[in-house]
Design a protein around this ligand. Structure first.
Ligand code: BGC
Length: 757
């Protein structure tokens, strides 16, 4: 299809028209030129295709579909292949349903446990979110269906989401809030990107040229189109100029007319409009030319796939005395409404109309289960009769499993949580059941961390997150040992909300949300603070045991243009088959900027039979060691020694090796009279230039010799003090301590030499 030629045949009005939706879910057709309409649909973990009444908040009905685990859960799989399989399945269903783009994945960083949409987001760690979302995109797009990675960018709260400005400094943006998008764009070229509602450093994402053009396209090489989140457009003309191609759903022609006027008045260059149309049409035709509506959508098979995926996402947080797995021969009490009606997805635009769901109670049919409701999701207050019934059931059983977590109203798109607690009725229930049965297990359904005041009283905790419509099957498989749990926490569970680094500033003041904790998000903060946490990032237990050994690096010394391969041996030392996650962290031993102790730079999920051993390798490159340098506005590795760690979690490091990395970038230096000696003397070139001056100054600054210095002087000026005074003194300070015209001239000369003139 010669798209440029097509565009040359369009009127200005037609071009402007193509830059907004025909309705809630369709791009516009232009029949005169044979341009078809295409349909997009939510959401990240299954289809929310609305055939009739449309809305973007999941209010109206959509077709019956399959709800896979939400990203909060799939992130816990730490399994790239799994995300790819899920993407393929969703891609197939899109082909079947004639959908050109699925609106996901959503990769915003889980900055605070409070964000209402955390259940849809992957992680507090951008490396994990980036790699897993890239695999998902790969899977979907392998079916010739596009993805829309969202919400670009800095959309880590729901509070005032359409007006708030996320104020994020340059380094934090690059290292934390943009990095997952960057990985996905560079590695997998999502067909589309969805810009977020919020402003970023004052400018709406939907009209931010730095974000949508400089970074996304010029730097990362994005080739697709940018669409707005639903209703995220403020100044449409500025948006076109910034690189925001498709307004969704539309503004009923009003913004299209504004585009036309802007071109006519010369305010908007027509070539920018042409470019937007071209980008949209490329994707429209990429889909239509590869459409395969005959693709089968086997929902039953996908239900089972959803169960398989959910099981591999579950994180066994605690398992005292190996109370899990349970024995299928024994009497077990299932307690809590979620056993019967699991919470397996979140509210809002990602809400799926499931063709079926399987609860744990249904999945456990045939086993010896007694059930007590224990609480109602409709209320927070405890019902004594329900608790008594639960306690009675728990007393009679070998073990009691309480299904708990957050009811729908606790976390949803559109608003944030105000605390991190579970409903009081559930906490009370767990305490009561634990007092009645020593083998109490808690299964949690939630999209984000919760406080666990009862943790010390229960034997086991299984974090199921929001595991999709087949979560019941997965839960029963894990509880009874058919599946060995292998999930790892993609986020830290702090002991209490106020421990979270964003606690003091989260939500912002009015429309200003300052991300003041900077790069210290999640474990980057807790580890640096040496703060005790409930469960650390990367934590997760298994029914077998694993051992990491023999970490070796392919080199001890590299330049930042070279790579180093880290290889580690993993052994299943227990008596059950199982999967483990090898986590690789890198830390800079010494740095001139504030850096986290360690950052995830590699992870691999491996399956091992009892006694089996496998080698796992990771290639580390410049980016593994770099931080974002705001002087050169680029990634930069500071020469020095880095630790390469292999861990079971960010707090449980098993092995460590060291590598020296030499920078090949010389940072530009510019000195002034205000430059201090400490900085000058850290630069070998400057030290040579300064040598004559330093020699002449010795007399003034060197501590007086033993005979000359009186006791009083010694007390007043220690060696440390004179050294510090020297270090912190600016070049101009020389004049203040007895210089004359000659000294002034000499300093000018030195400065000019220092700056290479
Ligand atoms: C959400 C998006 C979603 C869109 C369409 C918006 O409210 O923020 O994530 O894709 O609606 O439903």
């Amino acid at each position: 299809m010669d798209i440029k030629k097509l565009i040359s045949q369009m009127t200005l009005e037609e071009k402007a028209g193509l830059c907004s939706g025909a309705d809630f879910w369709h791009t516009k057709a232009l029949e005169r030129l044979g341009i078809p309409a295409t349909m997009v649909s939510d959401g990240p973990h299954g289809l929310r295709k609305q055939d009739e009444e449309a809305d973007h908040l999941g209010i109206n009905d959509s077709i019956k579909a399959v709800c896979f685990p939400a990203a909060s859960a799939t992130a816990a799989s730490f399994d790239k292949a799994l995300l790819c399989r899920m993407g393929e399945a969703i891609g197939d269903s899109c082909q079947h349903e004639k959908l050109s783009v699925v609106l996901g994945p959503a990769v915003n960083i889980k900055r605070s446990p409070l964000c209402g949409r955390n259940f849809e987001y992957f992680s507090e760690d951008p490396y994990l979110a980036g790699k897993l979302s890239a695999s998902f995109i790969h899977g979907v797009q392998s079916r010739n269906v596009g993805t829309s990675i969202k919400h670009f960018a800095g959309n880590s709260q729901e509070h005032r989401r359409m007006s708030s400005s996320s104020e994020i400094d340059e380094r934090t943006l690059r290292e934390i809030y943009l990095a997952a998008f960057e990985t996905a764009v560079k590695e997998e070229q999502p067909w589309t990107v969805m810009c977020s509602y919020n402003r970023l450093n004052g400018i709406y994402a939907s009209e931010n040229p730095w974000l949508l053009t400089e970074v996304l396209r010029d730097e990362w090489g994005f080739e697709g189109y940018v669409m707005s989140d639903w209703g995220a457009v403020s100044d449409r003309v500025a948006g076109v100029a910034a690189g925001m191609d498709l307004e969704m759903p539309s503004s009923n022609g009003i913004n299209d007319r504004k585009i036309v006027e802007a071109v006519q008045s010369g305010k908007l260059d027509e070539s920018l409009l042409d470019q937007a149309v071209e980008r949209i049409l490329k994707i429209v035709f990429r889909y239509t030319e590869n459409a395969k509506p005959e693709t089968e959508w086997d929902k039953e098979a996908q239900h089972l796939l959803a169960a398989e995926i959910a099981a591999d996402c579950m994180v066994l947080l605690k398992n005292e005395g190996s109370v899990l797995p349970l024995s299928p021969d024994e009497e077990i009490a299932f307690i809590g409404e979620f056993a019967e009606k699991p919470r397996f997805q979140g509210g809002g635009s990602s809400h799926i109309n499931c063709f079926k769901t399987t609860s744990a109670l249904e999945a456990a049919k045939g086993l010896h289960i007694t059930y007590a409701q224990g609480y109602s999701v409709e209320t927070d207050s405890a019902d004594e009769a329900q608790i008594a019934e639960a306690v009675a059931a728990a007393k009679k059983a070998k073990a009691a499993v309480v299904f708990a977590g957050l009811p729908d109203v606790y976390e949803s798109e559109g608003y944030d949580r105000s605390h991190m607690r579970m409903p009081e009725c559930q906490n009370r229930l767990i305490e009561a059941v634990a007092a009645a049965n020593p083998n109490t297990v808690v299964v949690l359904h939630n999209g984000s961390p919760v406080e666990m005041p009862w943790l010390g009283k229960v034997k086991a905790v299984l974090e199921a997150y929001l595991g999709g419509q087949a979560v019941g099957i997965a839960t029963v498989r894990v509880l009874f040992g058919e599946v060995n749990p292998s999930g790892r926490l993609p986020e830290t569970f702090p002991r209490k909300l106020s421990d979270n680094p964003s606690y003091l500033f989260y939500g912002g003041e009015g429309n200003i949300a300052e991300y003041r904790e900077g790069v210290f998000v999640g474990y980057r903060y807790y580890d640096r603070k040496e703060m005790e946490v409930l469960f650390p990032f990367g934590h997760g237990l298994s029914y077998t045991s694993f051992e990491f050994s023999n970490l070796r690096l392919s080199a001890g010394n590299i330049s930042d243009q070279e790579t180093v391969t880290a290889t580690v041996t993993v052994k299943n030392t227990g008596d059950r088959a199982g999967k483990t996650v090898v986590q690789l962290y890198v830390g800079d031993e010494e740095s001139s900027v504030f850096r986290p102790v360690r950052e995830l730079k590699g992870f691999e999920k491996v399956e091992l039979q009892p006694g089996e051993t496998k080698d796992v390798s990771f290639i580390l490159d410049k980016r593994s060691f770099a931080y974002w340098n705001t002087q050169i506005h680029d990634w930069y590795v500071e020469s020095g020694t880095f630790s390469v760690e292999i861990g079971y979690s960010s707090r449980d490091i098993a092995l460590q090796a060291k590598v020296h990395v030499q920078s090949t970038t010389e940072l530009p230096r510019h000195y002034t009279m205000d430059s201090i000696f400490m900085d000058l003397l850290a630069d070998p070139k400057a030290t040579t230039i300064l040598k004559p001056l330093l020699d002449s100054m010795r007399e003034v600054f060197e501590p007086a010799s033993a005979e000359e210095s009186t006791e009083a002087a010694k007390e007043a000026i220690s060696d440390e003090m004179s050294l510090a005074m020297m270090n912190y003194m600016p070049l101009r300070g020389i004049l203040s301590f007895g210089g004359d015209e000659n000294t002034a001239r000499m300093l000018e000369q030195i400065l000019s030499q220092l700056n290479g003139n």
